[in-house]
Design a protein around this ligand. Structure first.
Ligand SMILES: [Zn+2]
Length: 478
């Protein structure tokens, strides 16, 4: 296998240089290519197939929870974006402007949407009149543009793909329920489909969405001990409704402003999947979103009957799993490495001796375990192994997160842990933004969330020593 080793060595060791490992994986596994526009990525077929599987799973749940898909325009007039003060302040530094149409200078500049709250606001004002028009539960799948200074494929790009839900409700309580419901949908997608364990909680005032009443978030931990905000769900209150005049006649016959929410989930999550499950051999893709779940590699395929057997097997297995076959004239060792790098959950090898004995060899991507499996009952066995891989990936990620989570009760502890161990730090906070700022300045860790499951790990704020109000998860983050 010595020639195979050379091939694998092309991927940088993750503990040596995690950033380079990430770049190697996204390019060599053919997820993305760079484009000539700085910070923009070309999502290649394998990367896009991953996104489609995530999108399908999420879209199904969005519809099951009563939402309808719509499509809003790409451009926002400057005056419309400026209607909600906090919102424009939050987004102004990173919007892309359109100033000309052809040769002609536009009378009013247009923004390429960084998010679509204001477009929905304008539309909702026109279509909502009475409580009978509520709730309005809209979602759109779209691309958005944010002019980021530093970029990395999937994690931070000038343009990315996402869905954004925008809803209107009669009451604050209903909007709250919606905010929670969609956060739970996101958590389910992360844990059940992507095998990424998440912590649910609320963002601090400093970290909340520009213009929101409050923001709920799910936070996950990457292999290198940095956190990644995986999705957010915002209760917008009636701030946008007031700015846009979205009023309805309530059940008492009075005019009232609607209560709104918005929530989003992006292609960033592919970056999370890579950094949570990947290893030194490349990607590890959870079976439930894997574009190919089983890859058949015929052994000694020039020998009589081998290819026929392999193609028959593919035909048979395609009834129950997403299965591929590589019958190219490349060496089996090359193929093994290639599909390991692409993170395909299960490899199936079949050669003359296996055929004779009515068996195949299955190799798990997550553990490397080799299983000689009889042809009889093969489909059921494959299902069982794929399920087991799915569960194993979630458990592995969860125990990695636990091993990288610590408690700090003094600022000294906090600094040492962030520097030497990384990961999540659970520490108490007084609620004052000055402490949050100081922690960020001195440690570069940010408050990730105030988890819904609060613990009292100390009486006083880790930073100033005043009385503590919340336990916060802190971490350096992507
Ligand atoms: Zn404090």
């Amino acid at each position: 296998m010595s020639n195979n080793k050379n091939f694998v060595e092309k991927i940088t060791n993750m503990d040596e240089d995690f950033a380079q490992w990430y770049t190697d994986v996204v390019t060599k596994a053919e997820l993305v290519d760079y484009s000539s526009v700085r910070g923009s990525m070309i999502i290649r077929p394998y990367g896009y197939a991953l996104w489609e599987n995530i999108k399908d799973a999420l879209d199904k749940r969005i519809k099951e929870t009563g939402h309808e898909n719509v499509y809003m325009p790409l451009f926002i007039p400057e005056s419309l974006l400026q209607k909600e003060k906090d919102h424009i302040e939050g987004f102004a530094p990173e919007v892309a402007w359109v100033t000309h149409g052809g040769d002609e200078k536009l009378q009013e500049r247009l923004v390429v949407r960084p998010t679509s709250e204001v477009l929905f606001g304008e539309h909702y004002k026109n279509i909502i009149h009475s409580y009978r028009d509520l709730p309005k539960l809209y979602n759109q799948w779209a691309n958005v543009v944010r002019w980021e200074k530093t970029t990395r494929p999937f994690l931070r790009t000038l343009e990315f793909l996402w869905q954004e839900g925008h809803t209107c409700h009669e009451t604050d309580e209903q909007a709250h329920e919606e905010t929670v419901k969609m956060l739970n949908v996101y958590a389910e997608i992360c844990e059940d489909i992507l095998a990424i364990p998440v912590i649910k909680g609320q963002k601090t005032e400093k970290e909340k969405f520009a213009g929101a009443k409050y923001t709920y978030t799910i936070e996950s931990l990457m292999h290198d001990g940095k956190a990644l905000q995986s999705a957010t769900s915002h209760h917008l209150g009636d701030g946008f409704a007031k700015a846009f005049g979205i009023q309805f006649l309530n059940r008492e016959g009075k005019q009232e402003y609607v209560q709104q929410t918005s929530w989003g989930f992006t292609t960033r999550i592919i970056g999370a999947m890579i950094m949570v499950h990947g290893d030194d051999r490349g990607l590890v893709v959870p079976p439930r979103i894997a574009p190919t779940q089983v890859m058949i590699v015929p052994i000694a395929q020039h020998k009589e009957g081998v290819l026929d057997f392999a193609y028959d097997l593919k035909e048979k297995l395609s009834q129950t799993v997403r299965v591929g076959i590589d019958a190219s004239d490349k060496k089996p060792g090359w193929k093994f490495n290639e599909y390991e790098m692409k993170g395909i959950p299960l490899r199936l090898e079949a050669g003359p001796r296996d055929i004779e004995q009515q068996q195949v060899v299955l190799v798990r991507r997550d553990t490397g375990e080799k299983l000689i499996t009889p042809m009889e009952g093969l489909e059921a066995k494959i299902q069982e192994i794929l399920e087991d891989i799915q569960i194993n990936l979630l458990e592995k990620a969860r125990s990695h997160r636990e091993s990288k989570t610590s408690v700090a009760t003094t600022f000294q502890d906090f600094k040492e842990q962030i520097e030497h161990k990384g990961g999540f730090i659970k520490a108490m906070w007084c609620g004052d933004q000055a402490c949050e700022d100081k922690i960020k300045e001195e440690t570069s860790a940010t408050s990730r969330c105030m988890p819904f499951e609060q613990e009292k790990v100390a009486e006083t704020c880790v930073c100033c020593g005043n009385e503590a109000k919340h336990m916060v998860y802190w971490a350096k983050a992507y």
